[in-house]
Each structure stands twice: as structure tokens, then as C-alpha cells.
Design a protein around this ligand. Structure first.
Ligand SMILES: [Zn+2]
Ligand SMILES: [Zn+2]
Length: 255
């Protein structure tokens, strides 16, 4: 069994064929899928999807892209929605200094606030960090994020950053980009991270692994990411499947 620890099934990309996507994942041995509602307009859809599929769980929060849209209703709404039993983490939250769709100072402020909210809700956090490694680490430390723990999703930092995150009890999640030809340095980093700290994800519909790069990503393709992790770590595929599944069940507190 494999787990896709991070996808976005509520996005319009899956509007037409979501049920087929979910059955393909089942047939491919994906036991559980975690789907992330990143902004207000998606949260109800996330809840709808997880409540109608026993093997899908939800993650809710405000993505750094949407940080500028947070208003006085946002946190009360999230607090309420996150009480639902099938919501297993808070996120994705963090910093995106690549696209800068929200001003940086707003992103920093909202990231701090949302770590506080996750702690209040007693949920682990899912962290998005793009080209903001130093600031992300600084905030995780100063906000004592080790108290909630969680996942650095689509991890893109170096080994030192991974080590600092692991020391705070965070898991490191690997996306399909590990299969890309030009990801040699990234593979070297992942090779050094113990399997016991790794998760695998699709981030579907984005970051489609080889051999489907260029097409829409979907949870069944998480297999190619697991295969690549097995190859670079020189361990059997089954071992990667077993340990990353245990890790995901642990961080999302499913037994
Ligand atoms: Zn992300
Ligand atoms: Zn995502």
C-alpha cells in the first residue's frame, strides 16, 4: 500500500473525472489520499470529498498565495471546519517567495498566526516553502512549531534544512520532481534523509512525475515517486511503501 500524502482533488482540474481518478488510485494500491483545500472557495468542496470517500482525508488552511485574502471571518470559519473528524492537518501554510502572489510581510504574519491556530486546534501543520528556506526555518523555530509538528511538503531545501526540520520532529515530503532529469542534487539530498522521516506525495494536479511529466498529475502516479526513492536509496520498493505509509499514518494520527 502507498499513501498520497498531499494532493488537491478539489481543484477544477478534477471536476470532470474525480471518481475515475479515485478509482484508478485504488486499483494502483493507493490506500489513502490526503487532499488540501488551500483557500476559502475550496474548503467546502474538500469537506464534501472527504465525507463521501472513506479513504480520503482532508487538510485545510490558507496557502501563502492567498494570505492577502484572510479577513475577520477566515479563522473562525477554519476553526469550525477543522473540528470535522476527517480533517487531519492544518495547511498548507508557509511562504512562497517565488511567485509572491501575496506581499511578503503579509505572508510572514499569516504564517505565524496560522501556526498558532494549528496548535490551538491540536493539528499537525503542512508547510509550503518555495524559495524562502531561511525565513521558513526561522518562523518554525520562533513559533515553536515542534509543539504541533507536521510535514514540510514538496521539500526543496538542502540537507541542513531537512536536518533542522527533522530535529523539530517534522517529516519531509517528496514530490514527483525527484524523477526529473535535472534533479540530481535533489536526489542526493533525499538519499541522505532517513526513510523514517520521509513521506511521498503527488501535489496533484501539479509536479507530474516521469513518465507522465507534462500531463495532469493524479494520486495513482505517486507510485513513480516511491519507485525513484527506492532506486536512489537502494532499498526494495516494498520497504519504501511500508515505511512511508507508517510515517503518514503517524503524522496524520490515523491508526
Ligand atoms: Zn505547496
Ligand atoms: Zn499543495
Amino acid at each position: 500500500m502507498l499513501i498520497d500524502s498531499h494532493s488537491h482533488l478539489e481543484m477544477d482540474d478534477f471536476e470532470k473525472d474525480l471518481e475515475e481518478v479515485i478509482s484508478r488510485a485504488k486499483v494502483s494500491g493507493i490506500g489513502y489520499i490526503f487532499t488540501v483545500g488551500t483557500e476559502k472557495k475550496d474548503w467546502n468542496r474538500t469537506i464534501e470529498i472527504v465525507n463521501s470517500h472513506p479513504s480520503i482525508y482532508g487538510i485545510l488552511g490558507v496557502h501563502p498565495h492567498n494570505a492577502k485574502e484572510i479577513d475577520h471571518e477566515t479563522y473562525p470559519t477554519l476553526k469550525q471546519l477543522c473540528q470535522q473528524e476527517k480533517v487531519k492537518a492544518y495547511g498548507e501554510i508557509g511562504l512562497d517567495f517565488f511567485r509572491n502572489l501575496s506581499p511578503r510581510d503579509v505572508q510572514l504574519k499569516r504564517f505565524r498566526e496560522q501556526i498558532g491556530l494549528a496548535k490551538e486546534l491540536q493539528l499537525p501543520i503542512v508547510v509550503h516553502d518555495r524559495e524562502a528556506h531561511r525565513e521558513t526555518l526561522e518562523i518554525l523555530k520562533s513559533e515553536k512549531a515542534e509543539e504541533c509538528g507536521g510535514i514540510i511538503h514538496c521539500f526543496s531545501g538542502d540537507y541542513e534544512m531537512a536536518k533542522a526540520c527533522m530535529d523539530m520532529g517534522f517529516f519531509i515530503s517528496v514530490p514527483g520532481s525527484i524523477t526529473y532529469k535535472n534533479s540530481e542534487d535533489y536526489r542526493e539530498t533525499i538519499k541522505r534523509i532517513p526513510l523514517e522521516s520521509l513521506l511521498i506525495e503527488t501535489d496533484a494536479p501539479f509536479l507530474t512525475p516521469v513518465p507522465f511529466r507534462g500531463k495532469r498529475n493524479e494520486p495513482s502516479y505517486v507510485r513513480y515517486t516511491a519507485q525513484k526513492v527506492a532506486e536512489i536509496k537502494k532499498v526494495p520498493f516494498e520497504k519504501v511503501a511500508e515505511v512511508t505509509t507508517e510515517n503518514a499514518l503517524r503524522v496524520y494520527r490515523l491508526s
